[in-house]
Write a protein of this length. Sequence first.
Length: 585
Amino acid sequence: MGRIILVLLVVGIVFAGCKKNLSPLDDNHRTLEDIYGDPGFAEGILMNAYTRLPTNGYSFNEVATDDAVTNDKFNPLLNMATGSWSAANNPVDQWNNSYTAIMYLNLFLREVDSVNWAPSSKNVRTLFTDRFKGEVYGLRGLFMLNLLQAHAGYGNNGELLGVPIITEALEPNADFKRPRNTFDQCMQQIYSDLTEAEKYLPLDFSNVAAAQVPAKYNGMAVADYNRVFGNFNRQRMSGRIAKAIRAKAALLAASPAFNPQAITNRWENAANYAGQILTLNGGINGLDPNGALFYTAGNVNAININPASGAAIDQKEMLWRGNIVTTNNIEINNFPPTLFGSGRVNPTQNLVDAFPMANGYPITNPASGYVATSPYTGRDPRLRNYILVNGGTISNRTIWTKTDAPTNDAVNVLPTSTRTGYYLRKLLREDVNANPTSSSVQKHYPVHIRYTEIFLIYAEAANEAWGPDGMGTHGFSARNVIAAIRKRGGIAQPDNYLASVTTKEDMRRLIRNERRLELSFEGFRFWDLRRWKENLAEPAKGVIIANNIYSIQTVENRQYADHMYYGPIPLTEALKGNLQQNKAW
């Protein structure tokens, strides 16, 4: 018994000594309550939405269209384009990403007034609260636009449907089974959010003098205003960006897929929204002479990435861009094998043929001077700027894709060789070295919105609303815009082909082609074909070059049906939420 008591005594002493160590520590998982005393943590809720912008990287959805293919056999877009697209397998889905962003934005909006953004200054707290509200509304409008672009469509009853509109933060026990709103209701929600954003945001974030502080902040120190709305916050949602999103949304709503009645007022809205932005930027004269080569070393390296300096310099072309990063990923993925790349994105013969001659005439026009046995001679300079053709140069190296050239860059020589006879050149930094033994990196940045896109929105909408030469109230026409873009691209002047285009229908074809060229490989083609209701199933073609004979061949057939002008609601969401699926999905 004494031995047992002794053992129990020892055990008791051990456990008593370990009591502190065995007690559970305070929970270090942060909760919503932590945002009220930690502004940085609170802002992270908003920043989560920024990290979900689809344009934080290039989608290269062109490989699912007539503009490109990929040599990556496991690419989901390749599978989609060749017959595997379904409601359960959707590589262009925006549902989960956009709704997650919207949920974070709604939560932030609910709590923003309760966070002490600046404990030392009530005025600064007010300024931060206003700015954050503006950012939330602008981003929410953008994510709703992404949802419509990817998932709006006709239900079985023939009604044009959008997606469920959710503008409040939902708790775990909330009713998540929201029906789909109509497309028009969703558009009105976008417009409402963007209008609300502009109430809170400046046109641009820039340091101002005391006399320039907005009247609603009368009495506040200019230093406080500049802390919140000054240079340092460039590249965040602004009033100008909100205006651009409105123009993008209006273009979608005016397009044939969503405007089957061809309501002219919708085109006028899109033209006016784009025209307002362009007027703020100097009209036609605001077109950046270097904008078509925004990704090249000279243009990127010239950017001053120290916005606090007061002498910050950005590209005139960039209405909204992401942060500058130093990398070589896009070059490693897309350089030809000779330059140690994987040659992933292969432009098609279809796209090559879309570039006119340098005199501006399409290659199918007898006046063009096109010679089939020398197809890259005398072409629009943008062809060689954007696409690496046989005999073209990149990184001071001539690339041969012809089969009688003893290189790995010819068609289908390696798994990393081109399938079409062409390689990507646009977006790539030629001063990157992809050699794994001596690699180098360079500055890059993601593009959210370029001014060239806004010019092209205006041209398309103005032509549909007022014809090739109608100006509305903006002082320039669709023809003026296209003339400026083609001149910048290197089309010889006078542009006699453009002068010969007189009808709305012919101008429409030209504008769509210019959009195809100017915005190539920036993620537009897939969405444009669908909103225009143009042929999605056009086979992707390439060229085999041997002994100076150019043989055009089909590289990849496209397997799209007409109902695919409208993307599906995700199968899991349609089932659990009892959502009406788009017709034929």
